[in-house]
Design a protein around this ligand. Structure first.
Ligand code: ZN
Length: 683
């Protein structure tokens, strides 16, 4: 690890950030905080913090000595001055004379002394920053420091390695007591450049931003050089099957087994898959059940990935059912184990805590890699980053000795500490949170509107379209980690590849909106067979094709699912010259009912939407003009030619798809979205 400090960059930060209220001290604090936060070997997602002691003027012109310290909810890698709330320093220093200070009182002391009352909560490690006298203080959870401290003789190794440059602080949980102890240890070792917090991380400090930052890099380098003196750890591997099952199938089985029931519904998560030589070395290890389950490398990671991962057997190709049973058994054991961990430790704190969900967030799969789970793709990615970080640190710890983390009791205290739970924020309660929606014909007018509405309601959406650019464009527009996939739904190979890709990306599928379609016109009596067959390929067989794939995945997950078919008014009310379109659509309407009939017992619902006269897509502006003219009507009157006298838009069709996706007791149904047409009404 090298210092990335550059005078020019530092000047540029001062230039960019210095204003009437933000001084040079804070601008430089932003600069080096970002340098530290940009390296995952030092800081991960919300971990670590930094501060500067400076002065600031309030609204009435009074100037105060303040501590600008990282606020909770901010990442060091992209911090802004607003992410460093200013707290009046004097009251923080006076609190040091107290004999006790509860966490709640500590938070209110910090909040009530903010210069800006609207600022975020100052870090839970604020007091520690305050009790070190230096202008700049930096704190990271460096993986190299964690590899050398998470050892049975970790303190001894550190004393040898760092000598007089850093003093050791024994592990205690962040808060008032740790802050006071760190302050005392510093005062007994006035010549040190930093403090190593046993099995937690490292603080460095200095008179300037550069000095404090470079001391961090230098001390971390000593640990890195020490680790480099050992051969990297090669875990002795388990026997792997000759052929491993596909990643998408394994993902769907894991995702299904990890969907706990919440009332009558499964609470689903999505997955993030990672693999690399380092991950494979770790997950393939015969002793993984030991080294991988001892604990986490620094206690605050427990809120992202719990105290240990789930380890499953290697998934052999062609033997998925056996693998599935092993995974279900493994999840049950994990839940029982977590519940025991909770109850034992909750007993030690007078049973005041309430258990959070006991489901694993990391799953190690020998022969394949690591899966992370989260309520959203973003949460899954964070868990995966943490998992990779732990794998690297534990591998290093095992190379230099033996990985010896904090015991469960300390992890429990952190996991159930109200101040840490606050980092996770409120659970996303959008109705489709944790669910994966696939939309075919997603680049068209109805597909686009439906994709957007599903995404707004919390779903991750895979947009399939024959034109890959259109699919990608829609996915980009709707956000929420949507993906666009080029897929001709009449080409079986492309459909298979698309569904495999969706499973690899999210871990499965919950809702299929089979929407792709196109109209062929012509007199039924003279129409060439070829035209009718072509229309059946797209307007019937493609629906069957995607439904088969979706159902296969839904059964693997075992958490039910929803099939939705766009069938059109033509399915029940034929129009002249539209036979080639209406006939396969009628078959698709029955296809929807057939799936409802045969798969209802697995919790899979199947419904159809009959829409009519939607502008765009099949019904172009030219067609509207010519049909209106043929009927001797104004275009507007033609489009609103229904019982409600209102034009029907793609957004109304999208709403029908959403409603059916959410209608828990509706299957084999047909929803009409045409503004009312008695001739096309079902009877
Ligand atoms: Zn920390």
């Amino acid at each position: 690890m090298k210092s990335l400090w550059a005078d020019k960059e530092a000047e540029a930060f001062v230039e960019r950030y210095r204003t009437e209220v933000i001084n040079e001290d804070v601008a430089l604090r932003v600069y080096t905080t970002r340098l530290l936060g940009g390296d995952s070997r030092l800081v991960l997602h919300g971990g670590g913090n930094s501060s500067v002691k400076t002065s600031m003027t309030d609204l009435v012109g009074e100037t105060w000595d303040v501590l600008c310290v990282k606020g909770s909810g901010w990442d060091m890698g992209n911090i802004e001055p607003e992410g460093l709330p200013a707290v009046k320093l004097k009251p923080l220093l006076r609190a040091r004379e107290l004999s006790v200070l509860s966490d709640e009182d500590m938070v209110s002391l910090q909040r009530s002394n903010l210069i800006d009352p609207g600022a975020p909560n100052p870090s839970v490690e604020t007091l520690l920053h305050a009790y070190l006298p230096h202008k700049y203080v930096d704190h990271t959870h460096s993986t190299a420091i964690l590899a050398v401290t998470n050892q049975p003789d970790g303190e001894e190794i550190c004393r040898r390695l760092f000598g007089h440059r850093a003093a050791m602080v024994p592990y205690i949980m962040p808060g008032f007591d740790l802050a006071r102890l760190a302050g005392e240890i510093y005062e007994a070792n006035l010549d040190v450049e930093g403090l190593v917090l046993h099995k937690h991380g490292i603080f460095t400090f200095g008179d300037t931003a550069k000095q404090s930052y470079e001391r961090m890099i230098n001390i971390v380098c000593l640990a890195e050089e020490y680790i480099a003196g050992f051969d990297s750890k090669q875990f002795s591997p388990v026997r792997l099957p000759g052929a491993t099952a596909p990643v998408g199938d394994v993902a769907a089985i894991l995702r299904g087994a990890c969907a706990v029931s919440e009332g009558s519904k499964p609470r689903r998560m999505v997955t993030e898959f990672r693999t690399s030589p380092a991950i494979m070395n770790y997950v393939n290890g015969r002793e993984a059940g030991d080294y991988a389950t001892r604990g986490v490398t620094t206690p605050d990671l427990v809120i992202r990935v719990k105290q240990k991962p789930l380890i499953v057997p290697p998934p052999e190709a062609g033997r998925l059912e056996k693998f599935k049973q092993a995974v279900i058994g493994g999840v049950n054991d994990y839940v029982a184990d977590y519940t025991r961990y909770f109850e034992e430790n909750n007993g030690l704190v007078d049973n005041i805590k309430v258990m959070i969900d006991p489901i694993p967030r990391l799953v190690l799969v020998p022969g394949m890699g690591m899966f992370a789970l989260g309520r959203s793709k973003k949460a899954a990615r964070v868990a995966a980053d943490v998992g990779e970080n732990i794998i690297a640190t534990v591998s290093d710890a095992e190379a230099i000795g033996s990985f010896d983390p904090l015991p469960d009791k300390d992890l429990f205290d952190l996991e159930y500490w109200s101040l840490e739970q606050a980092k996770l924020g409120k659970a996303d309660e959008a109705p489709l949170a944790g669910q994966v929606v696939v939309i075919t014909g997603g680049g068209g007018t109805i597909g686009r509107a439906t994709a957007g509405l599903m995404s707004e309601n919390g779903a991750h959406v895979a947009v399939l379209d024959r034109v890959g650019d259109d699919a990608a464009e829609v996915a980009g527009e709707i956000g929420n980690d949507a993906i666009g996939i080029a897929c001709d739904v009449t080409a079986p190979g492309e459909v298979e590849a698309a569904f495999a890709q969706i499973c690899e990306e999210y871990g499965g599928i919950d809702i299929l909106v089979s929407n792709a379609g196109a109209a062929w016109e012509g007199d039924i009596g003279t129409m060439p067979d070829e035209t009718l067959r072509q229309s059946f390929e797209l307007n019937f067989f493609a629906h069957q094709q995607v439904a088969q794939h979706a159902v296969r995945i839904m059964l693997q997950q075992g958490t039910g699912g929803v099939l939705l078919f766009n069938t059109s008014k033509q399915a029940v009310n034929p129009g002249a010259n539209f036979g080639a379109y209406g006939l396969p659509k009628a078959a698709t309407l029955l296809l929807s009912r057939q799936y409802a009939l045969e798969y209802g017992r697995y919790g899979i619902r199947s419904n159809a939407v009959n829409a009519d006269r939607i502008r765009g897509g099949l019904l172009t502006d030219d067609m509207i003009a010519s049909r209106a003219e043929a009927r001797g009507m104004e275009e507007g009157d033609y489009m609103a030619g229904n019982l409600l006298h209102r034009e029907v838009g793609a957004e109304h069709v999208a709403k029908a798809f959403l409603d059916l996706a959410l209608a828990e007791r509706t299957t084999a149904g047909i929803t009409t979205v045409d503004g009312g047409n008695i001739a096309a009404a079902l009877r």
